[in-house]
Write a protein of this length. Structure first.
Length: 127
């Protein structure tokens, strides 16, 4: 899986986010635990060959993130087998009690059929 904290330019995930992915039963292929997110090239995302791409734009609502993701991906094309957009502002951008919800959201994305899919009010699959 690859989780991006920003889209234009793309930023990998940092700080606590790769740990959230691990707690949800996944592995962030480009994230660096405990380090700040930083800009990366789209080629790195493509070369990761991720089955799942999650866009968790820092500070943006789900609706705004969806619009940004659709614009960016219309130029670039599909980057993973599944692409999800989550409400980064509400669930991923700040440490706090909602990080438990963040793990549940990621687990629902990574393990459908085992964990309930996240509600459409917090995450949406593109395509």
């Amino acid at each position: 899986m690859v989780i991006l904290e920003w889209i234009d330019p793309p930023f990998n995930a940092g700080h606590w986010t790769p740990g959230l992915v691990q707690l949800a039963g996944g592995r962030d292929l480009l994230g660096i635990p405990g380090r700040p997110a930083h800009p990366i090239e789209w080629k790195a995302v493509i070369d990761a060959h991720a089955a799942v791409l999650v866009i968790s734009a820092c500070g943006l609502s789900l609706e705004r993130s969806l619009a940004e993701a659709e614009t960016a991906l219309s130029r670039i094309g599909a980057l993973a087998d599944e692409t999800w957009v989550v409400d980064g502002n509400a669930f991923f951008s700040r440490p706090g009690p909602r990080l438990v919800d963040s793990v549940e959201i990621l687990a629902g994305i990574l393990h459908p059929g085992v964990v309930d899919s996240p509600p459409a009010t917090v995450a949406r699959r593109l395509g």
